[in-house]
Design a protein around this ligand. Structure first.
Ligand code: XBP
Ligand code: MG
Length: 229
């Protein structure tokens, strides 16, 4: 019996990674680092989950590795740029997302978020795209800055499940990436994948369902619950 949907954020609710990439580059320019991540570089770097971890991995690869304090400061500046860009209206929800959020709510399903990004970024995105505070749209929010191990570790999905008070078998995860798929599977959830601009080359054979986007026919188990009574 499906009792909840657990939503990934970046790439799933919205194509936000282009805005993250612009925010990273704005922080690097402000710091006079001379780094500029183009799309091909960023696609590769997205295999490292977490913005701080991504900056650290890049600096270690090109050397010299930046000290943790410098990485943390860069990421803090990046997050300020990201929030500003989102508030300026740079992104909207992916097709079918708002309709599914509403239909699931109407059908009495709980809705949660399980994301690698930080809580402030979730707040900025939901208020900019849905015009409401995130905790009025989602019953539970589990963010990357609340767990010690980010996706593909199961921690953030386990945190969402414990806050929902539900078993993994009662929930479906909606994701866009291989780290997200691995994380949700490791937490015991069934996974619906909607590949995004930066993950469209992924091998999602391990997913329970793969849809181009949420305007396509939903899995029957979900569609029948959402069908109007
Ligand atoms: C995707 C991520 C995040 C974002 C950048 O998160 O891996 O790191 O790329 O956000 P999701 P931060 O699990 O929602 O797909 O810089 O805040 O990490
Ligand atoms: Mg994602």
């Amino acid at each position: 019996m499906i009792k909840a949907l657990i939503w990934d954020v970046d790439g799933t609710l919205s194509e936000t990674e282009e805005t993250h990439r612009a925010a990273f580059n704005a922080a690097f320019a402000e710091a006079g680092l001379g780094w500029n991540w183009d799309r091909a570089t960023y696609r590769r770097l997205l295999l490292v989950t977490g913005g701080k971890e991504r900056i650290a991995a890049h600096s270690a690869r090109i050397g010299p590795a930046l000290p943790v304090s410098r990485v943390t400061k860069l990421h803090r500046v990046k997050t300020i740029h990201y929030g500003r860009m989102i508030k300026e209206g740079q992104v909207q929800l992916r097709p079918g997302v708002m309709a599914l959020i509403r239909a699931a709510r109407a059908a009495g399903l709980h809705q949660a978020i399980a994301t690698t990004t930080s809580r402030p970024n979730v707040e900025a995105l939901i208020s900019a795209t849905l015009g409401q505070p995130a905790d009025q749209v989602f019953d539970v929010i589990a963010a990357g800055d609340e767990v010690s191990a980010k996706k593909p570790a199961p921690d953030v999905y386990q945190l969402a499940l414990s806050r929902l008070g539900l078993a993994a078998g009662d929930c479906i995860a909606i994701e866009d990436s291989l780290p997200g798929l691995a994380s949700a599977r490791a937490a015991g959830l069934r996974v619906l994948i909607t590949p995004s601009a930066y993950t469209d080359d992924g091998d999602f054979a391990a997913a329970d369902w793969v849809l181009a986007d949420l305007t396509r026919a939903l899995p029957p188990q979900l569609a029948e619950i959402l069908a109007p009574a």
